[in-house]
Design a protein around this ligand. Sequence first.
Ligand code: NDP
Length: 264
Amino acid sequence: MVFLPKPGDAHVLDLFSLKGQVAVVTGGNRGIGLEVVKALAEAGASVAIIYRSSSSAHEIASQLSSQHGTTIRAYQCDVSDESAVDKVFDEVVKDFSKIDILVANAGICYNVAAEDMTTQQFRSEMGVNFDGPWFCARSASRYFKKQGSGNVIFTTSISGMIVNIPDKQAIYNASKAGLIHLVKSLAIEWIDFARVNCVSPGYIATDMLMAEPQELRDKWVALTPAKRMGETYELKGAFLFCASNASSFMTGANIVVDGAYTIP
Ligand code: NDP
């Protein structure tokens, strides 16, 4: 098993320390990804933020860097472009010397009836949500295999586990379902050198969700037993748990954080 646990008498909070580790977080400049970056940095990791087109990613990285006292840098890369992904991972390793943790979090969502979805929209959504995490994981695995250790976390979704009502997100749902299954296969295939897990959030108040019509958001809240959307910071613990030695015997798992949406 990868990542030998610390001795059983270690202080429990030490298990969550990421001191000396290097993480890559895609879509780390805003929304859920930004909270993940904060969590990892607070635990002591240096972080490479990957963004697509944000004009403030570099400023955010430098602010977080001085706030947390670890190195945080931003890198532009479209995760659906495989050669760009390989290139950016090489660049990160050149700058940080290694990669220990990958959080493949970047994602997009089109709310389009399946029969109306164009091939271009289909390719774009699968490209970012499914190809992207796979390209990133494959690229990171080149280093993880050499190091003999590594940690992959995908941001999936409850939409990959159930189909929401009302919903026009068939391809989004399929992309996330594919990732949840990919986690299980990779966990087995990479058992000797990397752990692979995913976090499946329910409805979280980010730009992605706030772009949906109010009526749809109200319905999602009504269907959530907790009767509210989650806040991004409420995911920090789940990601840190996956990223740290606190979960050293966990691989192939899907951590669901959804205010009980998927229970009824
Ligand atoms: P946001 O829309 O707030 O942020 C999306 C992030 O992804 C941005 O940082 C964006 O970069 C980046 N991104 C998008 N496309 C690309 C690309 N081609 N290459 C690189 N980066 C890209 O989304 P959320 O924070 O809400 O979502 C983050 C993840 O969580 C997604 O995978 C989403 O599917 C998942 N999720 C979200 C839920 C929610 O309720 N919000 C629920 C369940 C899962 P830039 O700013 O440069 O465009």
